[in-house]
Design a protein around this ligand. Structure first.
Ligand code: BES
Ligand code: MN
Ligand code: MN
Length: 457
């Protein structure tokens, strides 16, 4: 067996225990009740970086949660790898659907169950263990910098400012991120595209107070009914989004590009069985994988209003609201889509109601090149550890800082993720395979070596 794999295997139990202690910290960025816990996760990381004997380990406060930065410059003439990750996690609810508490990690059937196990604590921590391995084997082949934020799950607003203000500190040759999925444990892949995002909240107000639905029902327009009509009209019978101008800038892929992406294996039956749905629907003219990666979407994330307590209350509500997100593809611009949505949604409202539209966070889509040295180093690294050439894939999720790194730092990002779509990220019972965790720890040192080699030219 190769020496890197042996170190991984010898240290497997400790690597798992360390991750478990990280996962026990409920660093929920969205919930201000957990502010202290988010800081505790940042401090935990600081301690880990310190024990890796980095030259510099720093915690940068922001208006929100802190950013953790670490670096080790072994030789200024060597290339520098900047690893990005996030130590914050999504809220764990609904709690009653978890088989074990989200912040009391357990290993069951070779999977680590906890909120953040895959997204992104488990994937992020692999990079620290990879540094430990490289150091045991000698000198680091590249300089390393780490930028780990605590606000990815809430839109990375403060990171954007930090990146603009610290261009010199963040100078590097490539950005490395493990915060995406691969196709399957025996089908390695590298993500080459992510969608952007425009996230809106809407509120429809009818009468000035809740009314008796018998006394007023029929004569007064019901804001929940209206909201449903407005939302329903946002897609036509072909599953296309009806907002004028929405598709104007959408990048149309060539036949060859689509055929290439369609080489990714996809088992429609297994996909449906996993989610217990009897059929798949979506924008006509596109396959399910295309609809979830290279095409933009519009989804209601939450909708509320009226009476939702136990039993029946006859009420004609005063207000109804919804959270609506749109996933964007190259070359859509999130602020433009936000404006198009707002203008259109306000126009949809009948004269019986008042409508408010408010944007939440946005983010730009990103495509990364398969030609970069970074991509090539990642492909070689995965070949070393999986014994197979990885397939480039475009994914549907969003990591808005990837476009930002490109714009502000002029740097390519390598999205070398080790999760699986079935890891239930953001859902109850999130988990991360022990195989995936250890495979990541094994692959990353190869990446550092190949990246150093390729840069020698
Ligand atoms: N790691 C995910 C993004 C992801 C997951 C990309 C799987 C590809 C495959 C990230 O933490 C995330 O959840 N991003 C948010 C966007 C953010 C602006 C809240 C998302 O995609 O909803
Ligand atoms: Mn993530
Ligand atoms: Mn996430």
């Amino acid at each position: 067996m190769n020496p890197t794999r042996s170190i991984v295997d010898e240290n497997k139990d400790r690597f798992l225990e360390e991750l478990i202690s990280f996962l026990k910290i409920p660093s929920i960025s969205a919930d201000s009740a957990y502010k202290e816990e988010v800081v505790r996760a940042a401090d935990w990381l600081m301690a880990q970086f310190n024990s890796l004997k980095m030259d510099k380990v720093e915690k940068f406060p922001t208006k929100g949660h802190p950013i953790v930065y670490a670096e080790k410059i072994v030789d200024p003439s060597l290339p520098t790898i900047l690893t990005y990750g996030h130590y914050d996690v999504q809220p764990p609810d609904p709690l009653d659907l978890w088989h074990s508490p989200p912040f009391e990690p357990v290993i069951k059937d070779e999977k680590i169950y906890a909120r953040g196990a895959c997204d992104d604590k488990g994937q992020l921590y692999m990079h620290l263990k990879a540094i430990e391995i490289l150091q045991r084997q000698g000198e680091l082949p590249c300089n390393v910098k780490f930028l780990i934020e605590g606000e990815e799950e809430i839109g990375s607003d403060n990171l954007e400012h930090f990146v603009q203000e610290h261009k010199e500190l963040l100078k590097a040759d490539i950005i490395l991120v493990s915060d995406t999925s691969m196709i399957a444990n025996d089908v390695p892949s590298i993500t080459v595209g992510l969608r952007g995002m425009s996230y809106m909240e809407v509120e429809v107000t009818g009468p000035n107070r809740d009314l008796h639905s018998g006394v007023y029902g029929g004569s007064i327009d019901n804001p929940i009914n209206i909201l449903c009509e407005m939302i329903a009209s946002l897609k036509d019978e072909n599953g296309a989004i009806t907002i004028p101008g929405f598709y104007d800038k959408v990048e149309e892929l060539s036949k060859t590009q689509r055929e290439f992406l369609a080489e990714r294996p996809f088992d429609r039956e297994a996909y449906m069985n996993d989610l217990e749905v009897d059929d798949l629907r979506g924008e006509s003219g596109y396959s399910p994988l295309e609809r979830a990666s290279i095409r933009p979407t519009l989804d209601v994330n939450g909708i509320w209003g009226g009476y939702i307590g136990e039993g029946a209350k006859t009420v004609l509500p005063s207000k109804a609201s919804a959270k609506i997100s749109m996933r964007l593809v190259p070359n859509q611009v999130s602020s433009e889509i936000t404006d198009l949505f707002t203008e259109h949604f306000l126009k949809l409202a009948p004269s019986t109601v008042k409508v408010k539209v408010r944007p939440h966070h946005g983010g730009e889509p990103a495509v990364v090149s398969t030609e970069s040295l970074g991509y090539q180093a990642a492909a070689k690294a995965m070949e070393d550890s999986f014994g197979k050439t990885p397939i480039p894939t475009r994914e549907g999720g969003s990591i808005p800082i990837v476009a930002l790194f490109q714009k502000e730092l002029g740097l390519d990002t390598v999205l070398m993720g080790f999760g699986l779509d079935s890891d239930a990220i953001h859902s109850p019972n999130e988990h991360y395979g022990v195989f995936n965790y250890l495979k990541g720890i094994e692959t990353i040192p190869y990446f550092h070596r190949h990246f150093a080699e390729l840069n020698k030219g």
